[in-house]
Design a binder for this molecule. Structure first.
Ligand code: UD1
Ligand code: MG
Length: 400
């Protein structure tokens, strides 16, 4: 209990430090050539540009890691006096968590500076999750899924999927890191969604502190509280109109932090429930991510200087390079009314397939800040659904 109080005080300090550092270090990033153009403020005629320092997530990420490092002698202080009973396995868990998050900070920053190709964006989180998987193997090695009651007549009470469970956990790390990065491009969205996911996890941990898994949820809280504090400071600067861009560094650190607590505190399926909007965005994006439909470098909405509103950005599929698979996919999405499509003699023009553009084609053009708020309200709505599935409805599926 005392360790949580100290951690909250340290996190308050981390909030103030992150806020101050972001304010003071912005010019260093610009001087180093790390800046981006705010694409939702640039008119077609390029009347005015809005440059902001990029990759500022590295500041919040560093303060987050430093806070946890400073906390180690406090959290493990009592055990340090009694070295014979030092909890080596708990310490190993924390070190593995820190190593994985630290790797993502480094790799995310490399991505911001070097603009890595998509194949590396998939490979790097897989490698960074290896320390976690090793600690999971040594400390728990539980690879069993409990089958929901309605399916037990086919599969039995539980299924041990063995090595596949480790593949699932590696893929979870890859998904979490990239899912936030592709639901991005308007001010405050990357950080806003991460704050809501972090708050959801913290609320879930607090509820579960009364249960028999309280140690695991206590561990998760010790990671999530400093993460939330530093991320809130970042949100202050990234909210509309953004003074800084967070970069891929922030998305990777966030995704890996959520994957780390999900894996090591054994609630990875609940973490996935909190990622509902990101899952929808990923599934909707699949045709563009796998190049069945052309995918431009940026899929963020298009700004119109005349109206000061955003509308869905578009991509062109030429009739001459339209294989059968593309035709089938377009037909399915059109019949489900999920794309806004215009045909002409050369080909088809349709909206870029992201949740952000989907909101714009369904609700009409809106201002950037209104669009961010709409998507964040949807994220909160999905958290409510997640809690509904996790608690009242769980008794229909599992023996509680
Ligand atoms: C991902 C998306 C891309 C989207 C981009 C926006 C996929 C496959 N990739 O690419 O479609 O356009 O994120 O971040 O879905 N920016 C703004 N306003 C913001 C945030 C970012 O204009 O509020 C622009 C800035 O020019 C900034 C750039 O986006 O420099 C950052 O893009 P980056 O993170 O490098 O794009 P990706 O993650 O590769
Ligand atoms: Mg990005």
């Amino acid at each position: 209990m005392w360790s949580l109080v100290i951690l909250i005080l340290l996190s308050l300090f981390a909030y103030i430090l992150t806020d101050e550092l972001i304010y003071k270090l912005q010019s260093l990033f610009i001087n180093a050539g790390l800046f981006g153009i705010d694409l939702c403020k640039v008119s077609k005629e390029k009347i005015y540009f809005h440059f902001s320092p990029e990759a500022i997530g590295v500041i919040s990420g560093c303060v987050f890691l430093i806070t946890i490092l400073l906390f180690i002698p406090i959290g493990f202080g009592y055990s340090l006096m009694d070295r014979g009973n030092f909890p080596h396995h708990e310490f190993a868990e924390l070190l593995a968590a820190l190593l994985s998050i630290c790797c993502m900070l480094l790799l995310g920053f490399a991505d911001d500076v070097l603009n890595l190709k998509w194949r590396y964006k998939l490979l790097l989180p897989t490698i960074a999750s290896l320390p976690l998987l090793v600690v999971y193997y040594v400390n728990f090695n539980s690879t069993t899924f409990i089958i929901p009651i309605p399916l037990r007549q086919f599969f039995g009470i539980s299924v041990n999927i063995g090595f596949l469970y480790y593949i699932y956990m590696g893929m979870l790390a890859v998904f979490c890191t990239n899912a936030i990065n592709i639901l991005a491009g308007i001010n405050g969205l990357e950080v806003g969604q991460s704050v809501i996911i972090a708050l959801s996890i913290i609320l879930f941990n607090i509820i579960e502190l009364r249960g028999d898994q309280y140690k695991a949820h206590n561990f998760s809280l010790h990671i999530m509280i400093p993460y939330l504090a530093t991320t809130l400071a970042l949100l202050k600067h990234n909210w509309y109109p953004s003074k800084v861009f967070v970069g891929d560094t922030f998305c990777y650190v966030s995704g890996m932090t959520f994957a780390v607590v999900g894996i090591l505190s054994h609630f990875s399926k609940t973490v996935l429930l909190f990622f509902l909007p990101q899952i929808i965005n990923f599934l909707y994006s699949v045709p563009q991510l796998f190049h069945i439909v052309p995918c431009p470098r940026h899929r963020l909405p298009k700004y119109s200087a005349e109206t000061d509103l955003l509308r869905a950005s578009r991509t062109v599929v030429l009739k001459k390079d339209m294989p059968l698979l593309t035709k089938v996919v377009l037909r399915i999405f059109t019949s489900l009314k999920l794309v806004d499509k215009v045909e002409d003699k050369d080909g088809v023009i349709l909206n870029n397939m992201t949740l952000i553009n989907l909101v714009l084609i369904k609700l009409g053009p809106m201002s950037e800040v209104q669009l961010t708020k709409t998507l964040l309200v949807f994220q909160i709505f999905c958290t409510c659904i997640a809690f509904l599935i996790r608690y009242p409805m769980a008794s229909y599926f599992y023996d509680l």
